[in-house]
Design a protein around this ligand. Sequence first.
Ligand code: NAD
Ligand code: UDP
Length: 314
Amino acid sequence: MSRVLVTGGAGFIGSHLCEKLLAQGDDVICLDNFFTGRRANIVHLLDNNRFEVVRHDIIEPILLEVDRIYHMACPASPVHYQYNPVKTLKTSVMGTINMLGLAKRVRARILLASTSEVYGDPKEHPQKESYWGNVNPLGIRSCYDEGKRVAETLMMDYHRQNAVDVRIIRIFNTYGPRMLFDDGRVVSNFIVQALKGEDITLYGDGSQTRSFCFVDDLVAGIMAMMEQTETTGPVNLGNPLEITVHELGSRVLEMTSSSSKFSFKPLPQDDPTRRKPDITLAERFLGWTPKVPLDEGLKRTVADFKKRLDEAAA
Ligand code: NAD
Ligand code: UDP
């Protein structure tokens, strides 16, 4: 049993993580500023006396007595992280410094939720952890990509300089129940559009690829990474099944029996053309591979969105 801090614990991935940590008997503090997090994501956990919620912005320091820090706080959807790019950078840079300072002071192990975006528009495919990436430092995605790259650097420097016990994971596109309706990411956009009978917004010609991991698989990988002692990482966590965005749209349409049509929109600046994780290290160090097939995960996600949309309409 551990005393665990989850920054960004009221967000999409963070809330699933809090749930699993409580289920294994940990004491969990969920820290969140509720920018993209929602009370609804954690309301079912509030009755548990091992669960606490702290409303706090990680760009300010905080002192908490914990053994483990899952550092998940940062808006992840391009729509949200571009809403206030300077704040996104402060969250990744000052927020990570504050969490590392806390880890150092209370001697907690800290895991950073980094991202496949550190690879930018990758010239190596699939992406291995050894690849340094192809990132535009000046574009509209840079606040997120470069913020996470600095966060990784901070983790390694605190590790080398102050012996902080660190873990870094690079998360690839993840989807599942509890994504926001207006999240702006492709899976949630397509499902909401299909269920409402609205046009499916395909950016560019839809030939760009992504590899989508179901959130339950991802959370199992995150927890395994925290508890293993062989590597600091970075370790990629994602599902290596790669599909085009167009194909994803077709699957969502079929699954929802929707009459929505594709509507083509301009491709956003610096949108990566291909992305697929090499998960050899996750297999070797964590014994981890994703288990939930895309159609199964989409079915569970569609059911959750349908329920919430029905509730919102009632
Ligand atoms: P999310 O936006 O649902 O969750 C982020 C959470 O962090 C929210 O609850 C938000 O309110 C909170 N937060 C943001 N800024 C904060 C601040 N300054 N102080 C305190 N709390 C703050 O996103 P998510 O999809 O759950 O992503 C969680 C983490 O995983 C993020 O660090 C993200 O970069 C990383 N990640 C996610 C994906 C993905 O596909 N979902 C992919 C790669 C990396
Ligand atoms: N995308 C799309 N329609 C949408 C939202 C996204 O075609 O309504 C595309 C987007 O251009 C990108 C892919 O889907 O190529 C994944 O986008 P998302 O924002 O989910 O994640 P990221 O670009 O960060 O991988």
